[in-house]
Design a protein around this ligand. Structure first.
Ligand SMILES: [Zn+2]
Length: 228
């Protein structure tokens, strides 16, 4: 009811091109241009990260705006595609969790975009969302740093919330963008140290040099033909 009243006053716009839309989370034209396959990267700890998009063009714009205005339609559209690649890749998690934000940063922004994506992806995959990690202090902004600096920048600033919730579980870790994978690797290491049975990562988009990730067809993904 609230949503339909809201949409009367604020009709939804396509998060990628801005045209007015009647239903769904994006316009038909943008939807037709979505990649059919799955982007994948093997992190240096061998964890697999999948994503529905490459971080460029209208997708990049949507993700940047998502961090500023927090419009639901931006999260909904991305999470729908994230759940698609999770299912096409055959990932069946026990629990979905997010790369956490420092509490003060989350309070200032009003939300953690990775948590919003994680909650929605979890719902679509039919499994629970649980916050398993926490960020203990603020890190420097990552995008001005090189790969090595990024790695050092995120060491020791994350911690597990409750190890008993991690032990023995198949975990899907969600972040908004996978750039070098440094942040994800710090989080996967913590989950592993605390006894996670398996960990797979999903991001809304994969960034970085072309040769650091692959585009798999749904058929390749279904057979787990993940390139080395
Ligand atoms: Zn559009």
């Amino acid at each position: 009811m609230v949503m339909s009243l809201l949409s009367l006053f604020f009709p939804p716009h396509c998060p990628y091109c801005g045209v007015l839309i009647d239903s769904g989370h994006e316009c038909a034209s943008c939807r037709r241009q979505f990649p059919d396959g799955i982007y994948g990267r093997r992190l240096s700890d061998q964890t697999i990260c999948v994503a529905p998009f490459r971080y460029d063009g209208p997708v990049q714009k949507n993700i940047l705006l998502m961090k500023k205005d927090g419009q639901h339609i931006r999260f909904d559209s991305l999470a729908e595609q994230m759940a698609r690649v999770v299912q096409q890749f055959g990932i069946v998690p026990d629990v979905v969790t997010d790369v956490p934000m420092y509490w003060l940063s989350k309070w200032q922004r009003g939300y953690n975009q990775s948590e919003e994506l994680a909650r929605r992806t979890a719902k679509r995959c039919g499994c629970p969302y649980e916050p398993l990690l926490k960020k203990c202090r603020k890190s420097k902004v990552q995008h001005t740093l090189n790969a090595e600096q990024r790695h050092t920048n995120v060491q020791g600033i994350y911690a597990a919330r409750s190890p008993q919730k991690i032990q023995g579980r198949h975990i899907l870790l969600v972040d908004d963008v996978c750039t070098t994978g440094s942040t994800m690797e710090v989080c996967t290491a913590l989950l592993r140290q605390n006894g996670a049975e398996s960990i797979t990562c999903v991001a809304a988009a994969i960034a970085g040099e072309n040769d650091t990730y692959y585009l798999m067809s749904p058929e390749q993904a279904a057979q787990h033909l993940f390139p080395r």
